[in-house]
Design a protein around this ligand. Sequence first.
Ligand SMILES: Cc1cc2nc3c(=O)[nH]c(=O)nc-3n(C[C@H](O)[C@H](O)[C@H](O)COP(=O)(O)O)c2cc1C
Length: 195
Amino acid sequence: MTARLLAFAGSARRDSLNKKLARAAHAGATAAGAQATFIDLDDYPMPLYHGDLEAASGMPEKALELRALFLESDGLLIASPENNNAMSSLLKNTIDWLSRDVGDGKGANSGLAPWRGKAAGLLAASPGAFGGVRHLPHLRQVLAGLGVTVVGAQVAVPKAHEAFAADGHLADERVAKQVRSLAEAVAGLAAKLRA
Ligand SMILES: Cc1cc2nc3c(=O)[nH]c(=O)nc-3n(C[C@H](O)[C@H](O)[C@H](O)COP(=O)(O)O)c2cc1C
């Protein structure tokens, strides 16, 4: 069974290193036979989560669009920037909106529906020496709380501003191989969980 994966970065920045890493993971998933889609969170702007806003207008339109893509997917490849030892506010805000109930909150309307039963693989890229690895345990915990099975392997790319060639591919074949193997593991797990 072909797994449907979404690859995205927790950064909206045009030249985001994590977008480059998410694209590499997307390519790896495609090579592994998955039906993978790269999405750019910059195409899904949403306000900072606010309970009064939600009570007055419900889930923002772009969050609903993104939610629909999550519902159709079996797994996620998330390249997550590290800000102050934590995931980016963009990624957390996206998770927060997409974990809210819509409508009657039942079945596919549940806040867990976009997450529960899916596989995920985590990556991080940073110009720093640790590659953003310090926040990944927390991201793992957040996703596990939503019912996502996060594969054990993860990839953090230090000095990431030097890691990508002009055409976007990872210059270090050892790191490129880690990304391919993570994408393959997520595709395999996602297919199993879907079945
Ligand atoms: C507010 C802020 C806090 C940051 N904190 C960290 C950090 O804790 N660890 C780290 O490795 N990099 C940190 N950085 C550097 C980011 O990892 C770097 O800007 C990275 O390129 C952002 O991801 P992007 O290229 O995908 O946009 C921080 C950057 C900002 C703006």
